[in-house]
Design a binder for this molecule. Structure first.
Ligand SMILES: C[S@@+](CC[C@H](N)C(=O)[O-])C[C@H]1O[C@@H](n2cnc3c(N)ncnc32)[C@H](O)[C@@H]1O
Length: 423
């Protein structure tokens, strides 16, 4: 069998794997901030606790990897430094960060002007100040809540407009109701009118009169997420140099040629280019004779940038694509090569496999690319946060062996089915 999967906590299971036996680590751990709102994604009590939890698992990964072995560990920019800290504390070196750009994330930003409006309207002390006055005035006039309701033309509003602290449910009458009530409750003190006016809050009056919220119109609390990180890591070599390490352990490098990005078209030969600048595009090329370059037959040197292609003009990946194409045509007129970055689309239904309910399935193309870059031929890829098994399926497609660990029974079953499907 070319895969071995375990149901359980990776900290425990990893202890059963022999030291220095695994060739690469490609894994997608939880983000640590309750990003998905699921049990496995909990924040673990804060920064220190989360880093300590991941460090313990990474220490075991470090032990089972061969000296010089590489890995990719997923992170979101917001907690990428936590993941990086855990990785380094476990003894790995951080060698690079590959940024995956996409355009489909939704901003979880709070509109500050709206928050100010809501805060004013839901400030209970303020609400009770109003309802205390209405209740006292009602009693002074010998009215009942039923009569107040009749005056306002509603069935059960007065019990809220006259609510008493602490257990009452205070509400302020809407503009329409207040216009009827104020005649019956007159005279109304000025301070109350000032308080009630904002309570029209959900309507235009409030927005127009409240300077505090209009001042903050257009302000929010978060950016639109458009990138994720894959931290490239390495267990330090055990020998005096990389050649000796590779001879002993068969790991230590990254597979550049297997990860080159094929470039369509032919680069025109020319002698008049400023190759230093053009190097942005052709740094994987070969110098032929005097200042003439040809492209590398396997394509462009792999970069620390991955794009998700989208036809949306505001997609960051699309913008990079267009700028990059412009850059090329500056040097090579009438030449339209493919953009020199790998494109990875979101996984579609067929790719995820039947009934795959995992909420964070990664694209196969992306995972195949990452596995290929850090694993020697026929090597063993480890994923201690297997989820629905995408790393494993990718590893098998690339003719690697795979060890996966997942603690959730349902996800484990999905992985098993997907992996068996490959073999
Ligand atoms: C972000 S998901 C991985 C998704 C995966 N890349 C895929 O494409 O399906 C992380 C997974 O790690 C699992 N997990 C979290 N803590 C774990 C632990 N201590 N041991 C084993 N699995 C764990 C979760 O149940 C979750 O399925």
């Amino acid at each position: 069998m070319n895969f071995q999967i375990h149901l359980g906590d990776s900290l425990e299971i990893l202890k059963t794997i022999p030291s220095n036996s695994v060739d690469s680590l490609v894994t997608d751990p939880p983000a640590g901030i309750g990003l998905m709102g699921l049990d496995w994604d909990k924040d673990k009590g804060g920064r220190r606790q989360w880093i300590s939890w991941l460090t313990k698992i990474m220490i075991e990964c470090h032990r089972v990897l061969k000296p010089g072995a590489h890995g990719f560990v997923w992170a979101i920019p917001r907690t990428s430094h936590w993941t990086g800290t855990a990785i380094e504390d476990a003894g790995f070196e951080v060698k690079d960060i590959v940024t995956h750009l996409f355009g489909s994330g939704f901003p979880k930003s709070v509109a500050i002007d709206k928050a100010l409006e809501r805060a004013k309207y839901t400030d209970t002390d303020l609400l009770f100040k109003v309802t205390n006055w209405i209740r006292a005035r009602r009693d002074e006039l010998g009215l009942t809540n039923k009569q107040l309701d009749e005056i306002a033309g509603v069935k059960a509003g007065a019990c809220h407009w006259t609510a008493s602290p602490p257990s009452g449910q205070p509400h302020i009458p809407t503009k329409e109701r207040w216009e009827k009530l104020e005649k019956a409750l007159a005279p109304i003190p000025e301070w109350l009118q000032e308080l009630i006016k904002p309570a029209y809050s959900l309507g235009e009056t409030w927005r127009q009169t409240n300077n505090e919220s209009t001042k903050w119109q257009g302000w929010g609390t978060a950016l639109k997420p458009a990138s994720e990180h894959w931290i490239l890591i390495q267990k330090p070599i055990s020998e005096h140099n990389i050649a000796a390490n590779i001879k002993k352990h068969n790991v230590g490098g990254i597979n550049i040629d297997a990860s080159r990005i094929p470039v369509k078209g032919t680069i025109p030969s020319t002698t008049n280019l400023n190759f230093k600048d053009a190097g942005f595009i052709w740094d994987g090329g070969k110098r032929c004779g005097n200042s003439i370059y040809t492209q590398h037959p396997l394509g462009r040197f792999p970069a620390n940038l991955i794009l998700t292609k989208s036809n949306r003009h505001d997609c960051p990946a699309q913008i990079v694509t267009e700028q990059s194409e412009n850059e090329v045509s500056q040097y090579f007129k009438n030449f339209k090569p493919e953009v020199p970055f790998i494109y990875c689309k979101k996984p579609h239904k067929i790719e995820r496999g039947e009934n795959n309910i995992h909420p964070t399935v990664k694209p196969l193309r992306l995972m195949r690319y990452l596995c290929k870059m850090v694993t020697p031929p026929c090597g063993v890829v480890l994923d201690p946060f297997m989820g629905s098994g995408t790393t494993g399926v990718s590893a098998l497609f690339e003719q690697f062996k795979f060890i996966g660990i997942e603690k959730n029974e349902n996800y484990f079953a999905i992985s098993e089915k997907r992996l068996k499907g490959v073999t």
